[in-house]
Design a protein. Sequence first.
Length: 81
Amino acid sequence: MATVTISEQVYQALMEAAAARGVSPDTIIAEGLAALDEQTAEEPMTADEFAVALGMTPEDVARADEEARRRYPEAFGIPSN
């Protein structure tokens, strides 16, 4: 069995997604991994698709993307002030 380390924010999002759906965090992870298995090599899952597969809403993903762009503009080719 492999061990994966996640941030407190990811852990909290996982717990919230599981609670909102009334399932265990293990179920959310298993569903995300199953969704990855369904992808073909020609059609890799994007990070946003993976986040949704783990139970985040598209709105949650959009907020996370906005926050990442705000915090790390240089990673997105955005000139910092």
